[in-house]
Design a protein around this ligand. Structure first.
Ligand code: FAD
Length: 465
C-alpha cells in the first residue's frame, strides 16, 4: 500500500502537513503534481505563473530526490488523473493540503466521488494562518470586513510552530510513469520574455528562505518603509507564499522572533487570509461585482478601438503618468509590482480610464508571478468599490500627488529611463513643467477631466445603491 501526496500550491517540504502525515504512516510515498488545464471552469494559470511553476517544480523535485524520492508529473483533469494514479499504485490514501479556489474545491469534491474502493482522501490545513471559514463572527457568521476579521483571527495567534522537513521519504518499489517537465512547455518562447524575471527571482523553497533571510533584519522597519516604492522595504515573498514554498506560519513566527514593531507586517499577512475567506463566501469574486449596483456601471466599452488603445497603453506603461508607467513596466519586466503602485495603477485603470476592473484583474492574473485568485480579486474589487467591504470608488487617487508623497523619484528613474535625467520636483509630472521629453508620451487624459468623468459615471449608479 502506498500513500499519494498531491502537491498543488504547496510546493515545499517544510511545514507541509500532507507530506508529514504521509511520512508518519511509514508507507511508500508517491508525490505527484498534476497540471490541470482541461477541467471546465478551472482557471488556467497566467504566463508569469507558468514560468514560476516550471522552476518551482524543478526545485521541489530536486529536494525530494535529495531525500530518496521524486516528483511524478501528470497532466489532465486532476480528479480523474489522481483516481487513476491511486489505482496504479494501490494507494490507501491521498494526502493533500486543502485548497480554497472554487475549482480546487470542485476537484476535491469530484475526487471523493470517484476514488477507488480502499483509497481515502485526507485533507490537511496549511495554506493559511487559519483555515478559511473557521474564524467566525460573534453570531457564528463569516466576516466580510477586514478589520474585525483581523481582530478575531489575531486571538488565535500565534499559529502552531512550523515543522521541519522530513529527512527521508520512503519510495515506492517501482516508480509510476511521469511526464517530462520540459514537455509541458511552461516557459515562454518566441519571444522569451522571462529575462527580467530570471534575474530577479529564484522560485522554490530555497529561494523563499533566501528572501526571508534578507527581509528579517528589515522587518522592524517595515511600517516605515513599506509604502516607498524606491526602497526594497517589503518582503518580496508573495510569489513564494502563493506557490506555498513557505508556510504563513513560518513567516509569522520568523517575524515575531525578529523583534521590533512587526504588527503592520503581520496585518498584511492576514490580508491574504482575509482574501481567502472572501472567495470562500463568493466563489466567483474574480469575475463578478459583489455590490450589485456595479453591474450597471457605465464602463467604457472594450469593443471600442479607442478604449482598447487606452487599455494597451496602460499595459505597456505609456499613459503619460510616470508613477503608473513605472509600475506597469516593473510588472512587465519582473512579474511583480510594489503594492502602493499596484493601488495607483489599478485606480488609474478603473477611474481615470473608466475601464471595468475585470480587465485589470485579468492582466494582473497573466503577468504577476504572485497572481492569486483571492488576493487579486479582493484587491481589484476593493479599489473599484464593487466589493463586499467599504465602497472606495470615490477615493480617486491622484497619481501625481501619490508619486510625490511616496517619494517615487528614484523608482521612476529606474523604470522609465526616458525621464531618468529629470530631478525630483519635475519627474513626477514632466508635462506640467514643460519638461516632457519627446520620447515620453503625453498624458492619456488630464487628471481633473478624468476625475470629473469618473464621478459623473459613478453618480449614475449611486441611487441604485
Ligand atoms: P509584503 O508587504 O511583504 O506583505 C507580506 C505578505 O502579505 C505578502 O507577501 C502577501 O502575501 C500578503 N499581502 C500583503 N498585502 C496584501 C494585500 N493587499 N492583499 C492580500 N495579501 C497581501 N497579492 C498577491 O499575493 N497576489 C495578487 O494577485 C495580488 N494582486 C493585487 C492586485 C491589486 C490591484 C493590489 C492593489 C494588490 C494586489 N496584491 C496581490 C497585494 C499586494 O500588492 C502584494 O501581496 C504585495 O505587493 C506583495 O509584495 P510583498 O511580498 O513584498 O508584500
Amino acid at each position: 500500500m502506498t500513500s499519494i501526496v498531491w502537491f498543488r500550491r504547496d510546493l515545499r517540504l517544510e511545514d507541509q502537513a500532507a507530506l508529514l502525515a504521509a511520512v508518519g504512516r511509514g508507507r511508500p510515498i508517491a508525490p505527484v503534481y498534476i497540471l490541470d488545464d482541461e477541467t471546465p471552469k478551472h482557471r488556467q494559470m497566467g504566463g508569469a505563473s507558468r514560468w514560476w511553476l516550471h522552476h518551482s517544480l524543478k526545485s521541489l523535485d530536486a529536494a525530494l530526490r535529495a531525500r530518496g524520492s521524486r516528483l511524478i508529473l501528470r497532466k489532465g483533469p486532476a480528479a480523474q488523473v489522481l483516481a487513476q494514479l491511486a489505482r496504479e499504485v494501490s494507494a490507501s490514501a491521498i494526502h493533500c493540503l486543502r485548497h480554497y479556489e472554487p475549482w480546487w474545491r470542485n476537484a476535491e469534491r469530484s475526487l471523493q466521488e470517484i476514488l477507488p474502493v480502499g483509497t481515502s482522501l485526507i485533507r490537511h490545513e496549511g495554506l493559511y494562518l487559519m483555515p478559511p471559514g473557521s474564524v467566525k463572527t460573534g453570531s457564528g457568521g463569516q466576516f466580510k470586513i477586514y478589520t474585525p476579521f483581523w481582530r478575531a483571527l489575531s486571538q488565535h495567534m500565534p499559529p502552531p510552530p512550523p515543522r521541519a522537513a522530513p529527512t527521508h521519504i520512503p519510495a515506492p518499489e517501482a516508480w509510476p510513469g511521469s511526464d517530462n517537465l520540459d514537455d509541458w512547455k511552461l516557459l515562454p518562447s518566441q519571444p522569451d520574455w522571462s529575462g527580467g524575471m530570471q534575474a530577479f527571482w529564484k522560485p522554490g523553497e530555497d529561494g523563499a528562505k533566501e528572501r526571508l533571510a534578507a527581509f528579517l533584519p528589515k522587518a522592524g522597519r517595515y511600517q516605515e518603509k513599506r509604502n516607498l516604492p524606491s526602497i526594497p522595504g517589503t518582503s518580496f515573498l508573495s510569489p513564494h507564499l502563493h506557490f506555498g514554498e513557505v508556510s504563513p506560519a513560518r513567516l509569522w513566527h520568523a517575524a515575531m522572533d525578529a523583534g521590533g514593531s512587526v504588527e503592520t507586517y503581520l496585518k498584511e499577512l492576514v490580508w491574504r487570509d482575509y482574501a481567502a475567506n472572501v472567495i470562500l463566501q463568493f466563489p466567483d469574486y474574480g469575475a463578478r461585482n459583489a455590490r450589485g449596483s456595479f453591474d450597471h456601471f457605465p464602463w467604457r466599452n472594450m469593443s471600442d478601438e479607442n478604449v482598447r488603445r487606452d487599455f494597451r497603453l496602460w499595459t505597456k506603461g505609456q499613459t503619460g503618468y510616470p508613477i503608473v508607467d513605472a509600475g506597469m513596466r516593473e510588472l512587465w519586466a519582473t512579474g511583480w509590482m510594489h503594492n502602493r503602485v499596484r493601488m495607483i495603477a489599478a485606480s488609474f485603470l478603473i477611474k481615470h480610464l473608466l475601464i471595468d476592473w475585470v480587465e485589470g484583474e485579468k492582466w494582473f492574473w497573466d503577468t504577476l508571478v504572485d497572481a492569486d485568485y483571492a488576493s487579486n480579486a479582493v484587491n481589484w474589487q476593493w479599489t473599484a468599490g464593487s466589493g463586499v467591504d467599504s465602497n472606495m470608488f470615490v477615493r480617486i487617487m491622484a497619481p501625481l500627488s501619490q508619486s510625490e508623497k511616496f517619494d517615487a523619484g528614484a523608482y521612476i528613474r529606474q523604470w522609465v529611463p526616458e525621464l531618468a535625467h529629470l530631478s525630483d520636483p519635475y519627474i513626477h509630472d514632466p508635462e506640467e513643467f514643460g519638461m516632457r521629453p519627446a520620447a515620453y508620451p503625453s498624458k492619456i487624459i488630464g487628471h481633473k477631466a478624468a476625475r470629473e468623468r469618473a464621478l459623473a459615471a459613478y453618480a449614475m449608479i449611486k441611487e441604485s445603491g
